[in-house]
Design a protein around this ligand. Structure first.
Ligand code: NZQ
Ligand code: ZN
Length: 390
């Protein structure tokens, strides 16, 4: 562990098929006005809405609904949510849904008492709310596994007018105060969406893993979590009602992006930068956008971080290194990743998720270029990666 870092994660987790029982106790810690934020209606169909509402009523809360948080929440919806929360002087925002609802709740919570242009300040300028500014606490009842939003400060918003999707990782004040993780709640997630969530988890781990050259505990942890995702993805795709597999996937998702495995790491995050731009142009599921770009991107940068790509091949995929060059081993690792993706039915090309040749220039312009793990791309290389993944 060569880096210097501070580790602090204040989110309290309740996990398991009976975890919703703990919501009532948590509610005692907050005032009476609760904004109940949720998505397009899945929670009404699967009964989660009724269960949560009953608990809120029993706890004597005044509930204000903020419904219709779409997948990949928009800036327009954020404005609406801020208005609702300001009008009703919310004491708590309870997000019931997937990463989109949870991300949205954080953006609203940060913005309500901010005196200025919150979009520009928090997202375009990547600032945090000023110290001392009141922030509405966020709680989460998670219904879909993938983003890790339940235990991090991340929030991703899409500005539809400018076809631009951008995330900000807020400081610990915006991490959910508590999150309830009931794997049974994820059982009604459509299978294609479940697969996208599975790849999102894998991608979060790879984004943090592919950086650095030191012997780092974070990498050992990431390898274990990756092996867990790979194994349980097969089980969950074969039988989406497999509680053991779905519960492992939910727990891995949380640990894959709750700030643990980034400790001491430079990190990469370029797959997400590509994915966000592809998502802004196609509205494809977040995890699918990452799957579709990953192989082309990793093949492009592999030579700059060859030892880590070899380690990935051997430690995650069980590739034998005997009698092979480093490059051959590294390629076999990416081939194994591709084989797994195809076996569980994930897209491996952006053309499979609606990208057309006419969109490429616009998508390239929307890709934020980071320093990355091993190699900083030029604008021309961004185009090359996009074209290779068509
Ligand atoms: O809107 P509803 O009706 O609830 O339907 C949702 C949505 O259509 C549905 N769904 C969720 N739980 C369900 C269910 N359907 C049936 N049964 C259930 N139990 O699934 C669809 C997708 O939900 P969404 O919340 O959009 O998915 P996800 O959790 O993948 O979140 C995606 C958003 O998170 C951002 C992404 O960019 C994207 O905007 N991310 C957030 C991150 C973070 N906070 O750290 C990191 C990620 O890398 C990611 O960027
Ligand atoms: Zn992601």
């Amino acid at each position: 562990m060569i880096g210097n870092f501070m580790y602090y994660n204040p989110t309290k987790l309740y996990f398991g098929s009976e975890s919703l029982d703990y919501l009532k106790g948590e509610l005692k810690n907050y005032g009476s006005k609760v904004i109940l934020a949720y998505g397009g209606g899945s929670i009404k169909k699967n009964g989660i809405y009724d269960q949560v509402l009953a608990i809120l009523r029993e706890a004597g809360k005044t509930v204000v609904e903020d419904a219709g948080v779409m997948s990949n929440p928009t800036l327009e919806k954020l404005h609406e949510g801020v208005k609702i929360a300001r009008e009703h002087q919310a004491d708590l925002i309870l997000a019931v849904g997937g990463g989109s609802v949870c991300d949205y709740a954080k953006a609203v919570a940060a913005s309500v008492h901010f005196d200025g242009d919150y979009w520009e300040e928090f997202f375009l300028k990547q600032q945090n709310p000023p110290q001392g500014q009141p922030i509405i606490p966020v709680g989460c009842v998670l219904t879909m596994a993938g983003t890790g939003s339940e235990m991090n400060g991340g929030s991703v918003i899409t500005d539809e007018a400018n076809t631009f999707k951008i995330g900000h990782v807020f400081d610990h004040r915006l991490m959910p105060k508590f999150s309830i993780l009931n794997p049974r709640f994820t059982m009604t997630v459509p299978v294609e969406q479940m697969k996208a969530g599975i790849f999102d988890i894998m991608s979060h781990l790879m984004e943090q893993y592919f950086s650095g050259t030191d012997d780092n505990t974070s990498d050992y942890l990431a390898e274990a979590l990756m092996k867990n995702v790979v194994t349980d993805a097969y089980k969950a795709v074969k039988n989406p009602q497999d509680y053991e597999a779905r519960s492992n996937i939910m727990w891995v998702a949380t640990w894959a992006l709750n700030t643990l495995v980034k400790c001491g790491k430079r990190q990469d995050w370029m797959v997400h930068m590509f994915g966000h731009s592809v998502g802004a142009h196609t509205h494809a599921a977040h995890g699918d956008t990452l799957a579709a770009i990953s192989l082309a991107y990793y093949k492009h940068v592999m030579s700059y971080g060859l030892p880590k790509f070899c380690r990935f091949a051997v430690n995650v995929w069980g590739v034998s290194s005997t009698g092979k060059t480093e490059e051959e081993i590294a390629y076999e690792g990416l081939d194994a990743l591709e084989k797994w993706m195809k076996e569980i039915g994930l897209p491996t090309k952006i053309s499979e998720i609606g990208v057309t040749n006419e969109m490429i220039d616009g998508i390239a312009k929307g890709v934020v270029i980071l320093d990355a793990g091993y190699h900083k791309l030029s604008q021309d290389e961004v185009l090359q990666v996009l074209n290779k993944s068509m």
